[in-house]
Structures are given as structure tokens and as C-alpha cells.
Design a binder for this molecule. Structure first.
Ligand code: MV4
Length: 449
């Protein structure tokens, strides 16, 4: 096992990794920008190295500085968390070249799954269901229009290098195609340095259901059930839960086996997530594969009893996964608490937290790096806490979440807590009847309620 791990991240996920390392008897190295000098991940790590100024490009994204920090502290492995360098193939390769274990997949795997057309072609080859669409990327407008006609409108144009909805266009009718195609290619070109796009049938009002998988170096791949991540705003997840309210054991088995197949055929090593779109008829389609630990991993931990960070570290050290049948117990919900003002279109609300009182009690978990007196810097992601609850049933989990949200006191900045409190009473959410457009089309936050 590793004696020392460097965490190439900040905030709650850096703290999350440090906690598991401590429990495993592994020493930790934090890296931090000058904006994070007073952050808890710096305080709780055994050692800390300042790697630059607040702007991410000069600190958390600066590969040479992170490698230098690993070398001077003799770290044997690097955990990248999520975001920043977690899905950067070059970083994974540089770690390899320096004999530092990257706790995540190989550079080849990151590249293969990061390119959406390549990933989709792989899934087709191994019988994982995908949305009908073009055979790979299309750069010629006339050819693209022909394919769109064949598929039938509405269609969706997606950037192969895409993510977060950038370089993506929904096209309802042929008359709008040229504009959308040019727009998608331009946006993809400037956002990712790659203008290539592909075309798919647009699935209307789907759910976003993803399967957590783990693969070890010995060729064994298993899944830990699903998370329902349909509740999003502008491609930002707001609330996630496990299990999905629409899942049954048969569908879970089918989707789980599809995810395992997707990963097995590439000898996937580490923790990963296979995202699916689930339509009204409960047909599911591969969307993309994430080769990192995800923000919403705790809801899976709560219903399966796993420690996914421990799994990642053991897999990276070459240990075999324990082979045991999947057991899902109860229900878990995560609310993302962001430093944003829901009264003003979720505008960022950085600054000093004057009062920070955590909820507690039965089956309440809070993953956060914030505390009373903490200053939320304006430079990074606005998420300051994840409130995770579990209970025997979904109904009890919602009641517990509402109670915990009401206990949570954060003063000095605006947060999304009031938004979540109202969501707990929203009829569609309570019934478990919601799709990816629920928050933007069917739920309205009322500021003065
Ligand atoms: C789709 C889709 C409908 N049909 N693909 C959004 C981000 C990117 N990962 C893929 N996305 C979508 N792909 C087809 N063929 C709808 C979306 C989509 C979406 C997916 C999951 C969660 C929220 C979403 C919000 C808007 C669009």
C-alpha cells in the first residue's frame, strides 16, 4: 500500500480523500493556491505545498507545479479528485513517466472516453445500446443534413470533445439545421479546440441515470447500482439520489450489465461512471463515461456501504476487488449547497461565512470544507457543501432532508438551501416523477415563501 498520497484538488473532495487516507494509515500532502491558504484541506493534511496564485490555470491546473510538489514530498501516488486535472490524459501520462501512481485510469482510457464519438463507437462494437445517429463525426453540412433527415427530427448535434452541454444544439426542424450545425462547430472549436460533431435522434424528456462501476487490475469489473441525476439546471446537477425512483431490479440488472460490458471490454481500472439516458418506455441509451470519482458518489456509498475512495486507492495499489453480491439498502439523497443566490438567477455569492451551523442527527452526512469564518473565494466552483441523508424509504429520506436543510444555518453569503427546502415539497419531486427539464420547466422557486 502507498505510504503517502498527494491530493491534486481543493475543497470538499480534497478533504474527502484526506479522511479516507487517514483511516487507511496513509500520509497526505495537500496542494493549495494562495486563495486557499486557510482552507481545511490544508489544515487536515500532514503536509501542504503552495502551488501558485488563485487563478486555477496557475495553480490547480499547473501540472509541473503539482509534480514538483509530489517530488519534494516523496508522494507515491496522486489523487486528482474531480474537475481540474481528473480527466486530463496528459497529466495521467506525466504521472506514469515520473513513476507516480495516478489514482485513476491510464492516459489511453481517458482519451478514448473523453472523445464522445470514439466512446460511442466502442459501445456499439460491444453491444451497449446507444441513441441512433450518425456513424461517427460529420464535418460536411450537406451530408449532415441528409443524416438528420434519415434519423428524423428532432435531432441533437453534439461536440465529440464536448461536456457540460457546450457545443450542443437541439434542432427541431430542417430549416434550423444549418445555423445549429455551424453554431455547434464554432462553439466546440473555441471551447475545446476541436470542432468535430456528431448527430443523434433527440430523446425528449429523458431521465439521467448513471451506473457506478469499479474495475481492478485483475480484469474484474462490478457495478454498485445507479444514481438518478435528472435534477439539473443548465447542465449543473442540483440534487442526486440512489436508487432511482423509476428503477426496478430487472432494469438495474440490464443497465448494470451494459455498464460492466462497457468497462470490461477496455480493461477499465478504477472507479468510473457510465451515464445513460432513460426514456419514457424505460429504454436506455449510453451517453458518456466519466473516468473520475464524481461529486455525487456519496449517495452510492450510503446505499451500498462502500467507501469509493478506499476502493480507488486499493485498485491503484493493485489489490483485487472483493467479489460479493450487490446489496442496496434504503434510499439516499444529496443536495448540493452552492454559494449562489437563487433569488437572482443563481448569481455567485462569494465572501465571508459569518455563521456556519451544520445539521446532524440520524443518518445525516455533510461533506464540506467550509466553517464559521471561512471566506468563499470567487475563483472556483460555487459548491460549498453536500448535504447527504439516508433513510429506509424515499419518503423518509425526503422528510429527513427537509429537516436537515432547515437545521443548516449559513450566514454572511447567499446559498441554495432555501431552493432545496422548497424542492422537498414540489409535487413532481415528491412523486419521483421528473425528467431532465423538471427544474427549468416545472419547478419555480418562490423567493418570499
Ligand atoms: C441528449 C439528450 C437527448 N437526446 N442526447 C446533455 C449533456 C450531454 N452530456 C448530453 N446531454 C443530452 N444528450 C440525446 N440523443 C438530452 C441531453 C440533455 C441532458 C442530459 C442529461 C441531463 C440533463 C440534460 C439537459 C439537457 C439536455
Amino acid at each position: 500500500m502507498f505510504k503517502k498520497i498527494l491530493i491534486a484538488n481543493r475543497g470538499e473532495i480534497a478533504l474527502r480523500v484526506i479522511r479516507t487516507c487517514k483511516e487507511m494509515g496513509i500520509k497526505t500532502v495537500a496542494v493549495y493556491s494562495t486563495a486557499d491558504a486557510n482552507s481545511l484541506h490544508v489544515r487536515f493534511a500532514d503536509e501542504a505545498v503552495c502551488i501558485g496564485p488563485p487563478v486555477s490555470k496557475e495553480s490547480y491546473l499547473k501540472i509541473q507545479r503539482i509534480m514538483a510538489a509530489a517530488e519534494i514530498t516523496n508522494a507515491e501516488a496522486i489523487h486528482p479528485g474531480y474537475g481540474f486535472l481528473a480527466e486530463n490524459a496528459e497529466f495521467s501520462r506525466i504521472c506514469q513517466e515520473h513513476n507516480i501512481k495516478f489514482i485513476g485510469p491510464s492516459p489511453e482510457m481517458i482519451s478514448a472516453m473523453g472523445d464522445k464519438s470514439t466512446a460511442k463507437a466502442h459501445m456499439i462494437k460491444y453491444g451497449v445500446p446507444v441513441v441512433p445517429g450518425s456513424d461517427g463525426n460529420i464535418s460536411d453540412l450537406n451530408e449532415a443534413q441528409k443524416v438528420a433527415e434519415e434519423i428524423g427530427y428532432p435531432v441533437i448535434i453534439k461536440a465529440t470533445a464536448g461536456g457540460g452541454g457546450r457545443g450542443m444544439r437541439i434542432v427541431k426542424q430542417a430549416a434550423d439545421f444549418k445555423r445549429a450545425f455551424d453554431g455547434a462547430r464554432n462553439e466546440a472549436g473555441s471551447a475545446f479546440g476541436n470542432p468535430e460533431v456528431y448527430i443523434e435522434k433527440f430523446i425528449e424528456e429523458p431521465r439521467h441515470v448513471e451506473i457506478q462501476i469499479l474495475g481492478d487490475r485483475h480484469g474484474y469489473v462490478t457495478h454498485l447500482g445507479e444514481r438518478d441525476c435528472s435534477l439539473q439546471r443548465r447542465h449543473q446537477k442540483i440534487l442526486e439520489e440512489a436508487p432511482s425512483p423509476v428503477m426496478d431490479p430487472e432494469l438495474r440488472e440490464k443497465m448494470g450489465q451494459a455498464a460492466i460490458r462497457a468497462a470490461e471490454t477496455v480493461n477499465y481500472e478504477g472507479a468510473g461512471t457510465v451515464e445513460f439516458l432513460l426514456d419514457k418506455n424505460k429504454d436506455f441509451y449510453f451517453m458518456e463515461m466519466n473516468t473520475r470519482i464524481q461529486v455525487e458518489h456519496p449517495v452510492t456509498e450510503e446505499v451500498t456501504n462502500a467507501d469509493l475512495i478506499k476502493n480507488q486507492i486499493e485498485i491503484a495499489a493493485g489489490l483485487p476487488l472483493e467479489r460479493k453480491p450487490l446489496k442496496i439498502r434504503g434510499h439516499s439523497i444529496e443536495c448540493r449547497i452552492n454559494a449562489e443566490d437563487p433569488e437572482f438567477n443563481f448569481r455567485p455569492s462569494a465572501g465571508k461565512i459569518t455563521v456556519f451551523h451544520l445539521p446532524g442527527g440520524h443518518s445525516v452526512r455533510v461533506d464540506t470544507h467550509a466553517y464559521s469564518g471561512y471566506v468563499v473565494p470567487p475563483n472556483y466552483d460555487s459548491m460549498i457543501a453536500k448535504l447527504i441523508v439516508s433513510a429506509p424509504s424515499r419518503k423518509e429520506a425526503i422528510a429527513r432532508m427537509k429537516r436537515a436543510l432547515e437545521e443548516f444555518v449559513i450566514e454572511g453569503i447567499k446559498t441554495t438551501i432555501p431552493y432545496h427546502i422548497q424542492l422537498m415539497d414540489s409535487p413532481g419531486f415528491v412523486k419521483g416523477e421528473f425528467t431532465t427539464d423538471y427544474l427549468e420547466k416545472h419547478f419555480k422557486f418562490e423567493p418570499n415563501k
